[in-house]
Ligand binder design. Structure first.
Ligand code: SAH
Ligand code: SF4
Ligand code: F3S
Length: 458
């Protein structure tokens, strides 16, 4: 009897990586592999890695060091994702027990690379990077949630912001045809998915290769697929954020009223050094379109503090921007110098203590802003999709269209995961809302228990 082929996969980084892992899992299962939940049980151990900041990159090398001794038991190790693309064959020097190094722009060759691995080749690389025009599509995607699923519509990045590794790790911008995206959405709707999240490093830089639909039109078309109740999209780039996206949100109720629009800094001078190619005013113009919308649109963003040369006055402009916009969430990071990026030519001049101090000031201010913004929901009825149950707190966990976490109690029959319910908000916090179940809006015909296929570490 041939030995059973098993793999363990751990995922780091952004939603694009999470979804890539779902596709990699599907592709491996198609090749006769079974997923296992521990490194010890696996013949093939894969890490899908992130290199956005130095800390993220170090995680994978720590993992590889932890399991080095297991190679003698015949296990093969592979590094996928952004660190794989960035470091290439240098990974074999740092971690000689690794056999496979493959960046995301080469995943379509993965079945072939895995065959080579099985045939006993010691060191295999798939590092297409900026050469390829192709996207990675597979009909075998092993989605880990039966109700809410991702669709990648555009891969790569051509923007080359001064601090960022993504254009070097993810290859050039390449979009899927609107037909192929719509077909996937329809297939998912038939399988029982009701919530779709469109993904791209810059999702709104989408350019239909068949020239049939703009990003806003695609968004609206997916929102109109029968069975789809929610369509989300992330991440939007301010430079390509057009007014018709707001129009699509207003015209199609299933398009969720939430936009994640990373600003990075509130100072035009810093934005210029970051090579973001927009000013504070241009960014705020886009925010104004959304604030003028008849539907209340929730806004979230990303901010980097301590970019080379950032003065106190520039940092203050970022704080004043947070006050002006009133975000519902902010992901904030200390600047981390990254290989190959243009910002390496600027001295990393802000001491770590100052970066840490700015981060703490910003996060405290944002906590107050969020507390105040969430208070406005008190007494409202909000529709949530149920995601799970917290048995310690005796509360159900749901998510609103605006992507807010809503914890709630249910007096009568237990809510069904994947179902939509009206919840009356009775308490608010900076990071969540709490309430009581009022009505059932919709429940799925089939109930599933999701297989635990994915382990994600941020
Ligand atoms: N394409 C998106 C961002 C993708 S990266 C955009 O342009 O907005 C996710 C976030 O990581 C970025 O928005 C940025 O805030 C942060 N980031 C990227 N490179 C970084 C670096 N070198 N140091 C610190 N944070 C970084
Ligand atoms: Fe990075 Fe800029 Fe591309 Fe975003 S747009 S992924 S920050 S280079
Ligand atoms: Fe995502 Fe990290 Fe790569 S954020 S694109 S996995 S560098």
């Amino acid at each position: 009897m041939p030995e059973e082929k098993t793999f363990y996969l751990e995922t780091f980084g952004c939603q694009m990586n999470v979804h890539d892992s779902e596709k990699v899992i599907g592709a491996l299962m198609q090749q006769g592999y079974r997923q296992v939940q521990t490194v010890e049980d696996a013949g093939l151990v894969l890490y899908n890695t992130c290199s956005i900041r130095d800390k993220a990159e170090q995680k994978v090398f720590h993992r590889l060091a932890d399991f080095k001794k297991l190679q003698s038991q015949g296990k093969r190790f592979g590094v996928l994702g952004c660190v794989a693309q960035q470091e290439g064959a240098r990974i074999f020097e740092r971690a000689p027990h690794v056999s496979l190094v493959c960046g995301s722009a080469s995943y379509r060759n993965l079945p072939h690379l895995i065959e080579e691995l099985e045939a006993g080749t010691q060191r295999i690389t798939g590092l297409d990077d900026r050469q390829t025009d192709e996207t990675f599509e597979t009909e075998f995607t092993a989605r880990s949630n039966p109700y809410r699923g991702y669709i990648t519509i555009i891969e790569g990045c051509d923007k080359f912001c001064a601090y960022c590794v993504v254009p070097y790790t993810r290859g050039k911008e390449r979009s899927r045809t609107s037909d192929s995206v719509l077909r996937e959405a329809q297939r998912m709707a038939e399988q029982g998915f009701t919530d779709i999240q469109l993904l791209g490093q810059n999702v709104n830089s989408y350019r239909d290769p068949s020239h049939r639909m703009s990003f806003a039109e695609l968004l609206a078309a997916i929102g109109e697929v029968p069975g789809i109740r929610r369509v989300r999209f992330t991440t939007s780039h301010p430079r390509d954020f057009t007014r018709d996206i707001v129009d699509a949100m207003n015209a199609v109720p299933a398009v969720c009223n939430h936009v994640h629009l990373p600003v990075q800094s509130g100072a035009s001078s810093t934005l210029k050094r970051m090579l973001r190619e927009y000013t504070r005013d241009q960014y705020l113009e886009r925010i104004a379109w959304m604030k003028a919308s008849p539907r209340e649109i929730s806004l979230t963003t990303d901010v980097i503090v301590g970019f080379p040369g950032e003065t106190d006055a520039e940092f203050e402009e970022t704080i004043s921007l947070l006050d002006e916009v009133g975000y519902d969430g902010v992901f904030s990071f200390k600047y981390s110098p990254r290989p190959n990026t243009p910002a390496l030519n600027l001295p990393d001049s802000i001491p770590d203590e100052v970066k840490a101090q700015r981060l703490a000031i910003l996060q405290e201010r944002q906590r107050q802003i969020q507390a105040a913004r969430n208070r406005r929901h008190l007494g409202e009825n909000i529709e949530v999709m149920v995601e799970g149950y917290n048995s310690v707190r005796g509360q159900w966990i749901g998510r609103s269209a605006q992507n807010k976490t809503v914890n709630f109690v249910a007096a009568g029959a237990a809510p069904v995961p994947g179902g939509y319910y009206e919840v009356r908000i009775t308490a608010t916090f900076p990071n969540s809302l709490a309430g009581e179940l009022q009505n059932t809006s919709w429940v799925p015909e089939q109930t599933f228990t999701a297989p635990p296929t994915l382990r994600v570490l941020q």
